[in-house]
Design a protein. Structure first.
Length: 185
């Protein structure tokens, strides 16, 4: 289930970036508003999965888009726009999570969003899975979130993380193994 529909093709991304970087002030603001509309949901979902709670995800989301607004002029187009945005989102979400280690919060999931018939069982299972996810290392949590929750390919994840594809396979293998172990406790 990919939460980030990559609706922009390469040409549209290039046009959006060009308008955000070089347009008149009003055009830059309009381009940034479009960028926000396109990526807000996906960035929030990723931040939520990495931080483990809504408040931290909202804080990370704001920081991500502030960083994008301030840094769009430095985007050189060496990778896809969504790759660059995800790199920033991962770094910020993990920093936000790390800044609040004394406040472990469980991710609350809307039972209506799950596919089980019994909302109570669905909610309990979702909370159990997210609790186990929160106990994985940052590297493992990122790769699980990008693969299983965001629906990205191994190649896309490797590009976002700046690691070889084999590293993604390895991290995913270890993350799954640890997640199964945590769920059996």
């Amino acid at each position: 289930m990919r939460t980030m529909p990559i609706m922009l093709d390469v040409a549209s991304e290039s046009d959006l970036v060009a308008r955000a970087q070089r347009g008149a002030a009003a055009e830059r603001e309009a381009a940034f508003a479009e960028l926000f509309r396109e990526f807000r949901g996906a960035v929030f979902a990723l931040c939520l999965h990495l931080t483990g709670n809504v408040t931290d995800a909202e804080d990370a989301l704001q920081e991500v888009f502030l960083a994008l607004h301030l840094g769009i002029g430095r985007f050189r187009g060496e990778c896809r726009l969504f790759t660059w945005i995800y790199r920033i989102a991962i770094r910020i979400a993990l920093r936000v999570k790390a800044s609040r280690p004394q406040e472990p919060k469980e991710l609350k999931v809307d039972p209506a969003a799950t596919r089980q018939d019994d909302p109570i069982v669905a909610r309990e299972e979702s909370e159990r899975v997210f609790s186990a996810l929160s106990r994985l290392s940052a590297d493992q949590r990122v790769v699980i979130s990008l693969f299983a929750i965001e629906g990205l390919s191994h190649k896309e994840i490797a590009t976002i993380l700046g690691v070889p594809e084999g590293t993604v396979w390895s991290r995913l293998h270890h993350a799954r193994k640890n997640l199964v172990s945590l769920l059996q406790e």
